[in-house]
Write a protein that binds this ligand. Sequence first.
Ligand code: ZN
Length: 252
Amino acid sequence: MVQTLALSVGLIVLVLGVIALLAHYTFWLPWKPRHWPRVLMYHDVGAGAQDGMNIHPLHLADQLAVLQHKQYRFVTISGLVQGLHDNSDHVVALTFDDGFAGLYQHVLPLLKHYDAFATIYLAPRIAGITMLDNTQILAMQNTGLVEFGAHTMDHVNLLNIGDEEAIAQIRNSKDAVEQMTNAQCRSFAYPFGRYASRHVKMVREAGFESAVTTKKRIVATPNLYEIPRLSMNGAANALQFHIQFGTGKYRV
Ligand SMILES: [Zn+2]
């Protein structure tokens, strides 16, 4: 009787263990073809807590080294959009939302080292974070390695404001980014990944050529105004990164 009980408990523990393993390492999901573009979404880069908003610079460096080793070519979002139908190439677009000041210190040297391109989405009046200053933005722009996109003026949830205000938030952020960078602002990121079809139209009519979302998928040919991205988590280990990059899915 005691033996049967011990066996049952052991079996339950084993089953739970397998379920946990399958949830955290989603290698069993279909692997997407290598020539389908990968778009990675990061936020801050620094030594703080490693989570969905922050990744350690050494950890990011490891990921870039892996991608370089896999012979992926780093592109900006505009570069990705231009080359979308070129299946001969394997491309990955690194994107960083909100324009955290840490990107100047930690990301720019990595881009130079790996000869990599990145896209940074700025919300010029964002509150609660230390954003890149104008000198840093211009210096990054002038390297030719960084494309700056817009992310509304105040980092607003477009679903929570009226249409007129949404249009102003979208258009004014494009103008502000163009003034800060002395360059055309071609791409937009929906704050919090929240938007409706009317906002897609507003973004297109404002003159953006593309927009990125937080839909966590890898697709062959993304809709230019609803480009999905993989949300990168600083706490993901190398195996989880490998699986996420291949399948689009993971859980830390
Ligand atoms: Zn954001």
